[in-house]
Design a protein around this ligand. Structure first.
Ligand code: ZN
Length: 385
């Protein structure tokens, strides 16, 4: 029986056919299921980041105890890690600079550090193209990798819906690629410009590792931390490693339960599109909202659903009333946040921030953009000058 091998059974689950259907953009964003990539932001600590993703705390404790330097993560640095099915940490990588990476691998309950001094040469690369079929297909035609395409769609996820680009729309991408001879592995997206009809959208990398528009303004949107008017008691926390009380198998709790009485207004935490709004199995009355390209939120056991699939909602919109439908032993709201297709702790996750650049960092950014802008010009624009 298939069930015997299935080590994970979430207790709050819609029917499989009522999950959000993935499209080709999801596929490039969610490529590798066991590998998480993360850009260090203001206020981050390693243990905090790991807790957001439900990584085994004991492993994180061993790692940081063994390697104290890991408390010095800097804003904008990239880290990535892999976990097994039970969220035990298998390996952790820390990119200190373009040519200097540290890798920590777990061997017999300890971590072994390996330094990787990369010998590739980082070179700028400009790709331009125009939409014939879809952004993903046409970007691939210009030699962009899945990873590069994912980074482009993430950078502009709040500005435009890449699925709605039309034939003849153009894109210009500036990358820094690490070259080993004529082959490349890693790359960094420096800037992208998309021309959609008569509109131009820019995303440009700043020193803090985030992307901004050409004026240094945020490309992002604010989220509410809770899908409620006021915070309520948490009756069950986020725990992807939760053991099922009876079977002792891992039964992940991929969200947070708020103890609220039946009929409490449930709010959309951010602007987005309602993907699913229906009754479904253990989830009861259930809503899934897609925000940008990287974020999905789910609301379960509702008494009433007040939105329809396909509807666009704004942050704070009332989308339902909490209840006790589906597999639920008392009135509560089960709330999930998924980033890049992975469940994270909604109470501690790094939510998108909408602060633009100010002061010195803005000045540096604008000077940098002046140099970058001509490189994003389309061929036709060169000719007309
Ligand atoms: Zn729950």
């Amino acid at each position: 029986m298939n069930n015997e091998q299935n080590t994970e059974e979430s207790l709050d689950q819609p029917k499989p056919e009522d999950e959000v259907i993935k499209d080709e953009i999801d596929e490039v964003i969610e490529q590798d299921d066991s590998n998480v990539q993360y850009t260090v932001s203001r206020g981050d600590t390693l243990s905090g980041i790991m807790a957001q993703y439900g990584v085994n705390r004991n492993d994180v404790y061993i790692l940081t105890k063994q390697f104290k330097q890991l408390t010095n993560l800097r804003i904008g640095q990239q880290i990535s890690w892999t976990v097994d099915n039970e969220h035990n940490l298998k390996s952790f990588s820390w990119i200190i600079s373009n040519n200097n990476m540290r890798i920590y691998e777990k061997v017999n309950n300890k971590f072994v550090e390996r330094l990787e001094t990369r010998e590739g040469i980082w070179k700028p690369y400009n790709a331009q193209g125009q939409i014939e079929t879809s952004f993903v297909a046409d970007a691939r035609k210009q030699g962009l990798t899945s990873n590069e395409i994912a980074n482009i769609t993430k950078a502009l996820q709040w500005q435009l819906d890449f699925r709605r680009l039309k034939k003849g729309d153009k894109f210009s991408v500036l990358l820094s690629r690490e070259m080993f001879g004529d082959k490349h592995e890693k790359s960094q997206l420096l800037a992208v410009r998309i021309q959609n009809g008569s509109k131009n959208y820019y995303a440009v990398l700043a020193e803090d590792g985030h992307y901004y528009d050409m004026h240094g303004a945020s490309l992002s949107q604010n989220f509410l931390r809770y899908p409620l008017v006021k915070q309520a008691r948490i009756s069950s926390g986020f725990n992807p490693r939760r053991l099922h009380p009876v079977t002792k198998k891992i039964a992940p709790h991929n969200g947070v339960d708020f103890a609220v009485s039946r009929g409490t207004p449930v709010l959309a935490v951010g602007e987005g599109e309602v993907m699913i709004a229906k009754y479904s199995g253990s989830a009861g009355n259930y809503i899934a909202i897609r925000h940008g390209r990287q974020y999905t939120t789910k609301y379960m056991h509702l008494d009433k659903i007040l939105v329809k699939a396909g509807q666009i909602v704004k942050k704070g919109d009332k989308i339902g009333l909490s209840g006790n439908t589906g597999r639920s032993t008392g009135p509560h709201l089960h709330f999930e946040l998924h980033i890049d297709g992975k469940p994270v702790n909604p109470l501690t996750a790094n939510l998108p921030i909408s602060d633009g650049l100010t002061g010195k960092s803005k000045k540096t950014f604008l000077e940098q953009f002046k140099k970058i802008k001509p490189k994003l010009a389309f061929e036709s624009e060169h000719n007309s000058n």
